[in-house]
Design a protein around this ligand. Sequence first.
Ligand code: LLP
Length: 419
Amino acid sequence: HPHFHYREGELFVEELRLTDLARQHGTPLFVYSKAAMLAALAAYQRGFAGRKAKICYAMKANSSLALLQVFARAGCGFDIVSGGELERVLAAGGRPQDIIFSGVGKTRAEMRRALELGIGCFNVESEAELDVLSEVAVALGRVAPVSIRVNPDVDPKTHPYISTGLKGNKFGIAHDRAVAAYQHAAGLPGLKVAGIDCHIGSQITEPAPYLDAMERILDLVEAVEAKGIRIGHIDFGGGLGIAYNGDQPPAADALWQALFARIDARGFGDRQFMIEPGRSLVGNAGICVTEVLYLKPGEDKNFCIVDAAMNDLPRPAMYQAFHAIAPLRAGSEGARRYDVVGPVCESGDWIARERELAVHAGDLLAVMSAGAYCMSMASNYNTRGRAAEVLVDGTQSWLIRERETPAELMRSERLLPGS
Ligand code: LLP
C-alpha cells in the first residue's frame, strides 16, 4: 500500500505520521488517503481512455460525504441503492444525471424522488419492478431510463455471501428470461430502454469470470437488438477485488484492456460503457487506527483487546474476512501470537486471528484495507458511537466525520410519559 508506509519505523499516511493524527482525534479512527483513492480511480480511467465510458462509484462501499466529493470532483458518477444514498450524493454535490439506481427492492417513494430529480438510469432487477416503475413514471408524466440487470450465471469464485451473479440468488433477471423482459419493458409506457447491466459478485481476484460474463452479456445485447430494441450502454457492474492478504487481483486497466479486446472483436466497441466499482476505489485507501487496551495471555490463546470492535469493522465477523494489522511503531521484539478482539460482548467480535505482534497496552495498531465496507457498515451495537474519520491529502488533513456522542445516539428516541 504505497500511500501507507513506514518512515524511520513509524507508519505514515502520505506525509503525515499516523500517531499524530490518532493523538489529535482519538481512536478508533478511520484515516483515508486521497491520493490512494485517485490512484485507484486512475487505473480505471486508463482502462477507459478513448472510450465512451462512465465510472459510477458504488457508494455503498463508503458513503462518507467527503469521499463522495472527491469522486464527484474527479468526474465520477454514482451507483446508489437507496433513497438515503441519493440524498448523500446531492449533499456532496453530485449531479442527478450521473446517478444510476441499483437494488432489488426500490420503493415507489424512492422511484418518485429519483424520477423527479432526473437520475441517469434505473437498474431494474425484476419484471414486477419494471411494471411498478412504469406506473410511477406515468403518474409523474416522466419516462424512466432503464437497464435490466441480467444474471450471467458465472461463478466468480468468491465468498458465497458476496457472489451475486449465480442462479439461485436474489439479484437480477435470469439470462434466459432477459430477452422477454426487455420486450416487456419496451412495451411499457413509462419506460425507455437505455442499456443492460450485470454484476457478478465482489472481491473477484481472477479475470476469467469477467471475460465469461462479458461474452454472455454481449450475446444478450445481440439477442435483444435482434428484436429491435437498442442497447445504448453496457453497465458491467463492480466487483474487482483488492489485496487484503497477498491476493493478486488484476489491475483495472489490464482487465479492461482484455475486455475491450473481446468487445472490439465482436463489434461493440462504440457503445457507452459503465461500471460500478466500490471496494477497488476505496478499500486500500483507508485504515482504522485502534489502541491496545489490554493484553490477556492465556493457555490456549493470547488476546490483544483493542478499542475498535465489530461495530466499527464488521467484515471479520460477517465474512471471516482477513485484514492485515500493522503497528504504528514498527518492532518485533517480544512478539507473541495474538487474537485481536474488540470490547463488544460477542465471541464473534474479533478483528484478526493468530497474528504475531509485539505489543503493549497503549500501543496503536492500524487495521489495514479498511476503506471499503467498514464505516459504511458500522453499527451502534453496545451503544458505541461510530468512529471519527480523517481524510489526508499530502501534508494536510481534514476531520470529515466527528466521533458520534451518546447524546447523538439517543437523539431520535422518546421517553414514555408519566413516572
Ligand atoms: N454494483 C452492485 C449492483 C453491487 O451489488 C455491488 C456490491 C457493487 C456494484 C460494488 O461492488 P464492489 O466493486 O465493491 O465489489 N459487504 C461486502 C461486500 C458486498 C458487496 C455488495 N455489492 C464486503 O465487505 O465484502
